[in-house]
Design a protein around this ligand. Structure first.
Ligand code: IMP
Length: 417
């Protein structure tokens, strides 16, 4: 049975959390395939706020198994903290033995590199994501499975520091103290190893046996993809649907329905091109109405209008069967709503995303606003202006909008027939 997939089609923070939380109730297995604890969302369950960064959202469904795939970079420290929020995760959380580890020094490298970049800083989350993926690709990273033999792992890390002494000195990063590191690794071994498995085999077996509904949960968003996003202002993984194949060990034919998640407007955290950004009062209003502050870092998000050119590109890259349009209620009360329908690039009007997105200017179409959609739960109850806006986005992105969200509440969701 093919696995369904959820992917952000903007710059992250599209509201995937609400949709995955909503859908996770129907799935038996929920998997993360890339990213790390740079991602994050909070969910309120029975009055208790739960912050999720690494653990898939299916953890809130007591019957679901949750997998952290090999494509994820895992900070054991962050994961343990997150796990403390739950009573017993045995059998409900599995971590691929091929997932790479993030250590403190990755975080230190991340922050030091950002400082050195100065005005060209990426604006990373400072969680060590880039350096951990760099170590993976340059074949000097460490994987979850290595926790099985911490003596060897310890020696390898100490050797790595020795081999890169000059580099670490230049960045002002001290070598870890061997005994302290041993204690740390021993803690991770004891606490995390019981969850470490061959996740790919586990998934294959479940797929072969059939009868298990599987959901693949993307983190960040398409425009932050290492290959297809706004490089170098991107994260260090393949955030697009294809990342689920490498990040879990699945074949393309294992992927079933793909749902792209978009906000009814646009946001971005960190630096890099954002054609539809509103720097003035309109941007402030979107930020306030949308509570656009990062869950992981608390940073104010940059805000702007829906970019239909980027959304169409993202829909094509991911092969979206349909879109979920989130936070429609944030546009409540706006007299006019703008949408980028094309770009002006090198003196011409274009309808695609060029690799140097910083050099485009958006061509806008204006739509009439509406009073209120907050809390609306049926298509027929939406104001005509909102319906026209949604239908226009479907035309512009070449993708059906099957789900609409009109408040953070699970119940305030319109599933279109
Ligand atoms: P990194 O992933 O920490 O290396 O950050 C690289 C870029 O991706 C920065 O612009 C971050 O703000 C952005 N980013 C990383 N994770 C998220 C996320 O979950 N939501 C939104 N932006 C993110």
């Amino acid at each position: 049975m093919a696995a369904d997939l959820i992917v952000g089609i903007q710059w992250g923070d599209e509201g995937k959390g609400k949709i995955v939380d909503l859908l996770a109730q129907k799935y038996d297995i929920v998997c993360r395939y890339q990213g790390g604890h740079n991602a994050g969302h909070t969910i309120v369950v029975a009055g208790k706020t739960i912050a999720l960064h690494l653990i898939p959202s299916g953890i809130l469904n007591p019957k679901a198994t949750n997998i952290i795939g090999n494509g994820v970079v895992v900070s054991p420290e962050a994961l343990l903290k997150e796990m403390e929020q739950f009573d017993n995760l045995e059998g409900r959380l599995l971590i691929s033995d091929k997932a790479h580890l993030i250590f403190k020094y990755h975080e230190q490298i991340d922050k030091a590199r950002e400082r050195l970049r100065g005005k060209n800083a990426i604006g990373t989350t400072g969680r060590g994501i880039g350096p951990a993926y760099s170590d993976k690709v340059s074949r000097q990273g460490h994987r979850m499975g290595e926790l099985r033999d911490i003596d060897t792992l310890l020696d390898k890390i100490m050797d790595y520091f020795k081999a890169n002494e000059a580099y670490f000195k230049a960045l002002g990063i001290a070598s870890p103290k061997k005994e302290e590191l041993r204690e740390e690794l021993e803690l991770y071994r004891q606490r995390l190893l019981p969850f470490v498995v061959d996740a790919t085999n586990y998934l294959w077996e479940k797929m072969e046996r059939g009868g298990h509904k599987i959901l693949l949960e993307g983190a960040q968003g398409t425009m932050l993809d290492i290959d297809h996003g706004t490089y170098p202002y991107v994260t260090s993984s393949n955030t697009i649907a294809a990342g689920a194949c490498t990040g879990l060990g699945l074949a393309p034919k294992d992927i079933g329905k793909v749902t792209g998640i978009a906000k009814a407007y646009c946001t971005r955290v960190g630096n890099g091109p954002f054609p539809t950004e509103e720097l003035g009062a309109l941007g402030d209003r979107l930020r306030e109405q949308g509570h656009e502050f990062g869950t992981t870092t608390g940073r104010p998000r940059r805000c702007g209008w829906f970019d239909a050119v980027a959304a169409r590109y993202a829909s094509r890259l991911n092969g979206c069967d349909e879109l979920a349009l989130m936070k429609l209620d944030v546009l409540d009360g706006f007299e006019k709503i703008k949408v980028a329908v094309a770009y002006e690039y090198e003196g011409e009007r274009i309808g695609y995303v060029p690799s140097d997105l910083e050099n485009v200017r958006p061509v806008y179409e204006e739509f009439a606003g509406w009073d209120k959609v907050e809390g609306v739960r049926g298509w027929d109850d939406l104001p005509i202006e909102a319906k026209l806006y949604i239908e226009a986005l479907e035309d512009l992105t070449d993708t059906r909008i099957g789900i609409l969200s009109t408040s953070p509440d699970r119940a305030d969701t319109i599933i279109r027939k």
